[in-house]
Write a protein that binds this ligand. Structure first.
Ligand code: ATP
Length: 320
């Protein structure tokens, strides 16, 4: 299936900040998490996707269109939940959602029924006639989501949809977002600075740091790549020191080993060669294995490893 978003060498230079610095990325269908710390460039990228900003250089294509020239057409096709609190306090949730559905081109009757449906989907069916100013942060975040999906878009972009929510509200919001994708086939890109929530619900991840791409791929790719091998050994009464022996042999073989009691994490790409090296060391030390497998990296690891690598490469003159 073709990409939802594709960029090549995308640069956004503000007078004093290079917010995006040569991004080559692909957002496929599904739920994509755009992650990065504050100031990483997430909102800037979203603004370029929606055609609200024009890139300084490079190319961006969204749903096969150029946002810089097809912005209005694209914005009619994409649902958008902005980060900031943009809801008018004195308007009722239902009127707000219906208004935007009509602005997006839905006939009045359809806009009415879709607004009610979307508000029910986000769990605000009973509350839909309440004024927005009387709603909690969690409810207001849900209204923004209902507004984003009301006009039946094929793609929605949600900027920090869990911002300001407590852990329970956050879980509920994440579940609704998954439902939007799985039940209604709407592709989603959400930005977040909370890695754990992206890990939980996203099929695909784009990780940014200071305007540069740190990593992109499926969660499976990122978690498996160079996560190393994890092996849990059994300390045998008749082979005291066998775990120490394994550590020593692996270290002598030039591998990085971290030990927590009888569990060892051996760094490197978890390919056949690494597994062979680990099993040979275990056999030579006559140790017993309880568990052996690929160590799954978390997004935290992706940031730590890859940002460090990028910084190091920058110091020594590389182009990472
Ligand atoms: N209109 C603007 N003019 C000048 N600088 C800007 C503008 N918009 C963003 N920036 C700068 O560009 C960088 C990226 O900002 P951006 O808002 O895209 O980051 P973000 O990842 O969305 O952060 P946050 O999570 O805090 O929203 C920041 O250094 C920010 O100060």
């Amino acid at each position: 299936m073709s990409a939802i978003i594709e960029t090549r060498g995308l640069v956004m230079q503000f007078p004093s900040t290079r917010a995006l610095d040569g991004l080559d990325l692909v957002v496929p269908p599904g739920v994509t998490g755009l992650v990065g710390a504050n100031g990483a460039g997430k909102t800037t990228l979203i603004s370029l996707v929606l055609g609200l900003l024009k890139p300084t250089s490079g190319a961006i294509e969204v749903l096969g269109l150029d946002p810089a020239t097809d912005g209005p057409r694209l914005r009619a096709m994409i649902g958008y939940g902005p980060e900031r609190n943009v809801l008018p306090d004195d308007m009722r949730a239902y009127d707000f959602v219906r208004h935007f559905a009509e602005v997006k081109g839905l006939p009045r009757d359809e806009a009415r029924s879709r607004s009610s449906d979307s508000l029910y989907l986000v769990g605000l069916g009973e509350e839909r006639f309440r004024a927005l100013g009387t709603m909690s942060t969690g409810q207001r975040q849900r209204v923004k989501l209902a507004q984003a999906i009301a006009a039946d878009p094929s793609f929605v972009v949600l900027d920090e949809p869990t911002d300001g929510l407590d852990p329970m509200q956050r879980d509920e919001m994440l579940n609704i977002i998954v439902e939007v994708n799985r039940k209604f086939g709407i592709d989603v890109m959400l930005s977040s600075h909370v890695l754990e929530e992206v890990e939980r619900i996203c099929d695909h991840v784009i990780a940014l740091d200071a305007g540069k791409l740190v990593a992109q791929g499926t969660m499976g790719d990122l978690a498996g790549a160079s996560g190393g091998v994890e092996v849990e050994l059994v300390e045998l009464d008749d082979r005291p020191g066998s775990v120490d022996d394994v550590v020593e042999r692996l270290t002598e073989a030039g591998l990085t080993v971290q030990r927590a009691l009888t569990t060892l994490t051996v760094g490197g790409r978890p390919d056949d060669e690494l597994f062979d090296q680990v099993t040979v060391a275990i056999a030579a030390a006559e140790a017993r294995v309880k568990r052996l497998g690929v160590r799954r990296r978390t997004l935290d690891d992706v940031f730590t490893d890859d940002v460090v690598t990028a910084e190091y490469a920058g110091r020594v003159g590389g182009d990472a």
